[in-house]
Design a protein around this ligand. Sequence first.
Ligand SMILES: Cc1ncc(C[n+]2csc(CCOP(=O)(O)OP(=O)(O)O)c2C)c(N)n1
Ligand SMILES: [Mg+2]
Length: 343
Amino acid sequence: MAANQTVAKPSLKQIGLSEDTLWGLYYYLMKTRLLDERFRKMFRQGRYAGTYFSAVGQEACTVGAVYGLRDEDIIGPSHREIGAAVTKGIPIKEMVAQVFARSTSVDKGKTHPCHYGSRAKGVINPASTVAGQTVVATGCAMAFKIQKKDNIAVAFFGEGATARGGWHEALNYAGIHKLPILFVCQNNLWAESVPARLQGAIEKFSDRAKAYGFPGVTIDGNDVVEVHKTAQEAIKRARAGEGPTFIECMTYRWYGHSEIDPADYRSQEELDTWKKKDPIPRHEKLLTDLGILTPQKREALVEEIDQEIDEAVKFAEESKYAEPEEAYRDVYSENFPVRRDEY
Ligand SMILES: Cc1ncc(C[n+]2csc(CCOP(=O)(O)OP(=O)(O)O)c2C)c(N)n1
Ligand SMILES: [Mg+2]
C-alpha cells in the first residue's frame, strides 16, 4: 500500500452497534480477563484448593453472547464460562468466595472452583457432569414457555459436550417444542487432551442443529462484535417464539484444561497462531479507530477493575469456611415436586 494511502476507518453505522454497547463489551472482556489471570496467579500462590479452569483467549464467546440479557433470562454455564458469570452481573466478591470455597459463596463451599451461580442474576450453578447444564437450561426454557414469559435461556458448553447423550436429548426436545433457548458452543478444539476430530465426524459442530430442526451457525468466536450480533439475532428469534439457535464459536484456550494440565498434547505452533487472534487487542483496535478508547481510558479501566478484584479477594479471604453440617443443607429441594397446576 502506498504510504499516502489512508485506510477507511469504520463507522458505528457500518458496525451496527452503539458506542455504549461497544464500550460495554470491552468492559466485560477486560473484567473477565483480569479476574481470570488473577485466579490463575492465586492458584499458584496456594490461596485456594482444587484447580482452576481458565478461559483466557475465549472471552469474546461468553461476553458477546450474554451482554444485554435481562436479569430474568437464565444462563446455564459450564466450567469455562467465567465471562458469562461476570457479564450476567454476578458480583466479583461472590465469584472469588466461590473459588475459595467460603461460606459467603452461593454454594457455601459445596462444589468445585468455577461453578459460579446466582439466583438473583439468573445463573444456574453448573454441575460437574459435562453437558449437564444444557439439560437444565432447556428445562428453564420450557418453564418460560409454560409461563408465557418472553424470557430466554442460554446454555453454554464445549465441543466435547456435544458427544454426550443428554446433550442430544436436550436439543431434540428444544427443537420439538420450539423453546426460547440459545445453545452456545465454545469450540476450543480440545476436550481435555481429546481433539475435536475425535468428538464428531463432521466439519462443523453447528451442523448438528439440522438434526433437531433449528438453525446452526459457526462464527469467529474471537470477534466479540460478531458473537454479540449473532446472539442478538438468535435472542430476537427466541423471544418471538421462533425457537432455538445453535451458535458455534471457534476459539482457543491459551492454558491447560485446568491449571494442573501442562497441555503437552498440542503444538506450540497451534498455540502461537491462536494467541495472535487474541480477542481483546482486536476489540481495542476497533475502539481506538472509532475514537472510543485511549491509552489513558484503558489504564483507568484496568485500575478500577484491579481495585474491585482486590476488594473481592479481601472479602473472600476474610470469610469463614462453612461448618461441616452445611454439607447436608440445600441438597434436596423441600418444594419438590412442583405441581403443574401451580404455574
Ligand atoms: C460426564 C463427564 N465426563 C468427563 C468429565 C471430565 N471432564 C470435565 S471437562 C471435560 C472436557 C470437556 O470438553 P469440552 O466440552 O470441549 O469443554 P472445554 O473443557 O474444552 O471447555 C471432561 C472430559 C466430566 N466432568 N463429566
Ligand atoms: Mg473444548
